[in-house]
Design a protein around this ligand. Structure first.
Ligand SMILES: N[C@@H](CCC(=O)N[C@@H](CS)C(=O)NCC(=O)O)C(=O)O
Length: 215
């Protein structure tokens, strides 16, 4: 069976946290895929997104006539497409845990997400440190500490998994907004941000239009 090359439509790389997640998962497989960027917050943005995804959101993956939307659903699809990449842990219990924390990231932490929007090239230490956002930060740090203690790092389950892709934009928020981290958490943040795919994504974002609403 010959499969076509998947195309991932993403939002502005500098700001689109949901888009970064499946991009990292796809890049981890080492398999070819195409990335098409739709710059957010432009007069034509809505029409451009609707042309590829009727739900009006990015990311969305097009593959072999399928349209797969939503970051976590795309990551699951990529895992099924390329099982050798081991995007989930092999062990059933570990896999259940990885799925639990990925789902928690996907459905929670609204206070942190709105007070500390992703801006890969911004530096706003102290901004957005509301009590509600800091409560979210503490819960995330607890998840990371527990996982890193159990796995020994460098990633949450030892090797890179979808769980790390889901939390990658959070590592950048901690950097951008100057969130306090101990050496263990800092090493995890550094490991994620040293991924070649992350470095390339961030560099691309430098050349995109600055969106004032996101500052
Ligand atoms: N739950 C969705 C959220 C996707 C989402 O909110 N994407 C934003 C960009 S990060 C979007 O498409 N916004 C539409 C717009 O800005 O016009 C997912 O996980 O993929």
């Amino acid at each position: 069976m010959t499969l076509t090359t998947p195309t991932l439509y993403v939002g502005s790389k500098r700001y689109s946290s949901w888009s970064l997640r499946p991009y990292l998962a796809l890049a981890h497989t080492g398999q070819p895929f195409e990335t098409k960027v739709i710059i957010l917050d432009q007069p034509e943005t809505r029409a451009q997104i609707l042309a590829v995804n009727p739900t009006g959101r990015v990311p969305v993956l097009h593959h072999d006539g399928l349209v797969i939307w939503d970051s976590l659903a795309i990551c699951e699809y990529v895992h099924e497409l390329y099982p050798a990449a081991k995007l989930w842990p092999d062990d059933r219990a570990q896999r259940a845990r990885a799925r639990s924390i990925s789902a928690e990231m996907h459905s929670s932490f609204a206070a942190m997400r709105s007070a500390m929007g992703m801006d890969l090239h911004g530096h706003y230490p102290g901004k957005g440190h509301t009590p509600e956002a800091l409560a979210d930060v503490r819960r995330i740090q607890t998840i990371w500490r527990e996982q890193l203690a159990q796995s020994g790092g460098p990633f949450l389950f030892g090797a890179f998994t979808i769980a790390d892709a889901m939390f990658a934009p959070v590592t950048t928020r901690f950097t951008t907004y100057g969130v306090d981290m101990d050496a263990t958490l800092r090493a995890y943040v550094d490991a994620v941000q040293a991924l070649p795919a992350f470095v390339a994504w961030k560099a691309d974002g430098k050349h995109e239009p600055v969106l004032p609403d996101h500052l």
